[in-house]
Design a protein around this ligand. Structure first.
Ligand code: CAO
Length: 434
């Protein structure tokens, strides 16, 4: 047999009328015992009214934005069609669970549940217009929205509400979580305003091309590094005339060994030597920002351009390998990168990264540090040009290098000492063995 319950506004203290700021159910919804039905808010407090019984909502008597007083009808529930649900056992007896008070009130009994105290009884002031709330101004949101945000791990102090008086709505939480998950918009709560969405088709024909998985992953990594690391880039150039002659003199031998001896293998060797000389460049900042973790191994990430986007496989223990071995490994790992056959271990453990665009061109660029590493070396195209040596001009092959570094860890003087050391090692590669 079905029983119809009228749920009425419970004792609301000193207030005659309070606002209905949320209606959390609709006609036809099945509700369980203790499920929040509406949220009421006075000047001083907000409270949820829980359902006194399990059943189906057959009528809603309140309106969002309206006002109600004690004893006013909220809604009616048809209770007998559904088996009464027990409150969640795992939760145990809760301070928040309201006793089900059912009073006979004419043909339909009226239930006057106890209001459930809101986690924040005091009404917080609305956040500053347009800006995100700060911890100094508690976010203005209903208990249901707070619970929803808690469930998703969204920090309400980082949201601004689109509701009346800056109230944070469920939709605001959803939009925030979506932005964070897609790496767009507020960038994990940094407060950076999102780029406006524009319908480009208004201005001309467009085509949508889905991003590859690699491109999406590297976009997220680059964005994270860009936002976390205060970058400075130090440019310099190395005279690699002699190094290039040395490389060319060994091309045949390299070919016999089955490897392609490009400049990069020598660069890796020289970088490892400079890292050994400047250990801070081969470090990471401890997560608490209190110390540096100096790595006593030299694993170099090498940026590889693939059809699906940028990947950074790692060549290990560069300091203890010869250039032929490095050239062989480089060819093998960059080949696998281009075929999409890298294993997770191939892209882990780098202590510093080299990004060489020299085979393509360019004069200088500002690479983005691959955090938590603290430095990355960008390499552009070597050009032969006249250089003064003493009083005379001589044609020299000059290699532009661009070192980006984390300025929290490396100061400008250390950075330029590092590039100076590197350039002199490249100018005379014999220094690497010293
Ligand atoms: N200056 C002049 N020539 C250079 C050079 C430089 N700095 N670096 C390489 N070259 C030459 C090579 O010697 C080679 O010449 P040959 O064909 O005559 O032997 C040619 O350019 C092509 O070299 P390569 O690029 O195939 O080989 P590499 O060892 O120099 O580089 C790799 C390997 C995997 C790093 C490179 O192929 C690559 O993918 N680079 C792109 C990295 C990238 O996208 N970085 C950007 C990251 S930030 O968005």
């Amino acid at each position: 047999m079905s029983e119809t319950l009228s749920v009425v506004v419970p004792d609301i203290g000193d207030f005659d009328q309070v606002d209905v700021v949320e209606v959390l159910v609709a006609v036809g919804d099945d509700v369980s015992v203790d499920q929040s039905l509406i949220t009421l808010e006075s000047d001083k407090a907000s409270m949820e009214v829980p359902s006194p019984a399990a059943g189906r909502v057959v009528e809603i008597a309140v309106e969002l934005g309206g006002q109600v007083g004690e004893g006013d009808l909220i809604l009616t529930i048809e209770a007998a069609d559904l088996p009464a649900e027990e409150p969640d056992e795992k939760a145990g007896p809760s301070e928040e669970s309201a006793p089900t008070v059912v009073e006979a009130a004419g043909p339909a009994p009226a239930a006057s549940p106890e209001p459930r105290p809101s986690p924040s009884r005091r009404r917080p002031p609305p956040p500053a217009a347009g800006g995100p709330a700060t911890s100094a101004s508690p976010p203005h949101a209903s208990p249901a929205v707070r619970r929803f945000a808690r469930l998703l791990g969204a920090d309400l102090t980082r949201l601004s509400g689109s509701g009346a008086k800056g109230r944070i709505l469920r939709e605001d939480v959803e939009a925030f979580v979506k932005e964070v998950m897609t790496g767009r918009g507020r960038a994990a709560g940094t407060g950076i305003p999102p780029v406006p969405e524009i319908d480009f088709s208004k201005f001309g024909p467009v085509e949508s091309k889905p991003l590859s998985r690699i491109r999406k992953l590297s976009a997220a990594n680059l964005h994270r590094s860009w936002l976390n690391v205060p970058h400075v880039t130090q440019h310099d150039e190395a005279d690699i005339t002699d190094l290039e002659a040395f490389r060319r003199a060994h091309l045949d031998e390299a070919r016999e060994r089955g490897v392609r001896l490009t400049l990069l293998a020598f660069l890796m060797k020289a970088v490892a030597a400079s890292l050994a000389e400047f250990p801070e460049m081969n470090s990471s900042l401890a997560p608490d920002g209190e110390s540096l973790i100096l790595k006593r191994y030299f694993h170099l990430g090498v940026a590889v351009d693939t059809p699906d986007g940028l990947v950074v496989p790692v060549v290990r223990d560069v300091d203890s390998k010869g250039v032929y071995e490095l050239a062989g490994e480089l060819g093998e790992i960059s080949g696998r990168a281009r075929e999409g056959k890298l294993r997770p271990a191939d892209i882990q453990g780098a202590t510093f990264t080299i990004s060489s665009l020299g085979g393509i061109g360019g004069t200088a660029f500002t690479p983005i540090v691959n955090a938590p590493e603290v430095g990355i070396l960008g390499v552009s195209r070597a050009v032969r040009r006249p250089v003064y040596i003493g009083a005379g001009l001589a044609p020299r092959l000059m290699l532009p290098v661009s070192l980006s570094y984390d300025h929290r860890v490396i100061d400008g003087a250390s950075a330029v000492r590092f590039t100076t050391h590197l350039c002199s090692a490249l100018a005379d590669i014999r220094r690497v063995v010293l």
